[in-house]
Design a protein around this ligand. Sequence first.
Ligand code: XUL
Length: 536
Amino acid sequence: MCAATNDDGLFLGIDSSTQSMTGVLIDPRGGGEPWLLETSVRFDDYYREAYGIQDGVVKRGNEVWSNPLMWVEALDLLMTQLRQKAADAGCKLDAVKAVAVSGQQHGTVYLNEKAAGALGGLSARSTLKDQLSGIFSRPEAPIWMDSSTREQCERIERHMADHGGLLQVTGNRAFERFSGPQIRKFFERQPSQYAATRQIALVSSFVASLLAGKIAAVDATDGSGTNLIDIRARQWSSDALRATADDLESRMLPITPSGSEVGTISPYFSEKYGFAGSCRVFPGAGDNPSSLIGLGLVRPGQMGISLGTSDTLFVCVAEPRVCTTGEGCLFGSPDDTNYMALICFKNGSLTRETVRQQYQLSWEEFGALLRTTPMGKEPGIILSYPEPEIVPDVPHSFWLYHGLSPREVGRCVRAIVESRALSARIHSEWMGAKVESIRITGGASANADICQVFADVFGVPVESIKTTNSAALGAALRACHGHRAAEGGAASWEEVVEPFTRPTASTTPSPDRRSAYDALLETYRAVEKAHTAGGA
Ligand code: XUL
């Protein structure tokens, strides 16, 4: 039951991810057990036909996009669900003091000259969708799964070679999924639509704009996933903007610290869903940076792993150390001081899901096979790239079985999970982190057998927290921290995150398996190197 009165205050985080939109409402001063309420809209359940999506996206070859109008529609539905669930728990949305957004990183939303007026004039008598369908200069939003911009990446890198180098300036080499190369492709291929684009938002800043009823600034964490930012100054780099498209500076919104308020919530949400007019809106941040906060990783050296549509591994770092092998990323942390080093494997849940479906297993059966199949003297390896992969750089999809046959069901289940964990360990070596424990999140982290493999491969305890929606929780905690700072309270990040990020389960590594995995690590490294150009 919600313990908040209107004076105590609740905080809301909204995560707009690839496959769903999730809201997490928290009551930080509830006393006793920290209280949170979660609700989600899974896009395929409602919008599959209307927007032609599968798993939240549309694919054509290596182009992958989603539909920003679908996100607009989903926000109304999420708010309806949230109001109901909050009422069931005995509280009202007028107790929400502040809201912040988390969004899948790198995706871009193209707005025309009508957008600002339409956002500012929303009427609660109609829906968001009906009022905002005309604000896009491009109906699609290319997203992080798109890998179609290799040429644009090369052009941007070439231009930046004379201007300090893209990696050194922005903290990242040109990645096909990053916003800059995507914008460049749009500018090159659809010049008249580019000309009709007044502003370019990121997924997170777009959803924050809906909430604030005005076009919201981009926060430095999501800005650092664009290849357009000066990572140390946490501001747009004019050289990178010039390397990307003409007149881009006038189309990008200002960069703002994650902790500075965008404004108050639009009257649309107050009238329709009962939010107080004073409810603060904080900027949108990337989903991985939000997860960093949502997992409580506010001290340099702490590591998190998210097992979702993509698998990501990230570490909170004090210095902006770039990855010279070109496979890792560097983003700002939403604490506005530290940074986060990250690697992103595009083929996350799809690899586990493909194996599960291939043998028609339920998740319980998958977990049982993982538990009961012994490691064996010569464990098998599966290189699994159902989609072109980011890390290592694999331009064309393929599967490879090494030392086992697809007929060996139990060994394949074990190999698919082990191989993903070994890959995570190898490709995070550049971060140089001395890890004492790992916080794990994302859908697959609910599976204790999968957590055990990660604990054994890394040789450290793997801890999970109360929710697997760490990105939305991170947004809610950012809202809480930002609100307290705006009210003149000097809450430390540790204080804000601690009650919600205490480990609720911890998986201890087995010392015997750790040494077996040390040996298997080298076999995996060799197999990957032999079969992929970008192998370790
Ligand atoms: C990170 C990345 C993905 C997206 C989707 O660089 O591309 O993790 O943020 O969640």
